[in-house]
Design a protein around this ligand. Sequence first.
Ligand SMILES: Nc1ncnc2c1ncn2[C@@H]1O[C@H](COP(=O)(O)OP(=O)(O)O)[C@@H](O)[C@H]1O
Ligand SMILES: [Mg+2]
Length: 251
Amino acid sequence: MHTPKIRLTNVHKDYISKRDELKVLKDINLYVNKGEFVSIIGPSGCGKSTIFHIITKLEKTYEGIVEIDGEPLEKSKERTGYMHQKDLLMPWRTLIDNVLLPLEIEGKNKKEAKEEVRKYFDVFGLEGFEEAYPNELSGGMRQRGALLRTFLVDSELLLLDEPFGALDAINRSKMQEWLLKIWHQFKRSVLFITHDIEEAIYLSDRIYVLSERPAKVLKEVQIDFERPRKKDIVVTEKFLNYKKILMDSLK
Ligand SMILES: Nc1ncnc2c1ncn2[C@@H]1O[C@H](COP(=O)(O)OP(=O)(O)O)[C@@H](O)[C@H]1O
Ligand SMILES: [Mg+2]
């Protein structure tokens, strides 16, 4: 049996303050195989982002086991590429200076980092905007910039927290196409949070449905559409069936 890229076993999390105790995650079991695209959907406030905070070690207290490549998270040296819902580009840095931040943090020479990063601008649809500031870019471009920065973290695992939540339908659809292309090209493992059922079906190999807080896994659905995904699968009966299964389990 091969080892998954990441596995959570019976992960349990309460936020405890002096005043009260908030039960957030209850026995979460999930995994992502290497190269797999897995989505998490669930009601707002159920604990989805908390799962990412645990994986990225922003949240250190929890019960259960988290393993990366079969190694306990606490021992693992692997950094994870993590993208928040908000793009969080620094307004005072040009796009290229924002994008090369992970390389700068790794201690790379800035001039060399710039050369390395520049070649990706084309693939990410950002060519010609290297020296632009975030406020000069469209919402979609800022998201692509933030995604490029996330991809440049030297990590096989990408955690994307509702990355397209703030985009309009057309830009969102373009970004989905584009994300699949990039994912295919870079062969990363992705854990993707969304509250959009259709987005989850279109992008994923598998989907976990979480319950209201305290979140537990209600359902795991395997999505069998061939890759690369074709846009017209969204109007097939099979797609609607998946949608029904997922909507029913969220009721
Ligand atoms: N650091 C924290 N301290 C206390 N409560 C928190 C903290 N972070 C999140 N919460 C609470 O935990 C619950 C789950 O939050 P979150 O994981 O952000 O949900 P989701 O991403 O599914 O919308 C929410 O009720 C939120 O208010
Ligand atoms: Mg969230």
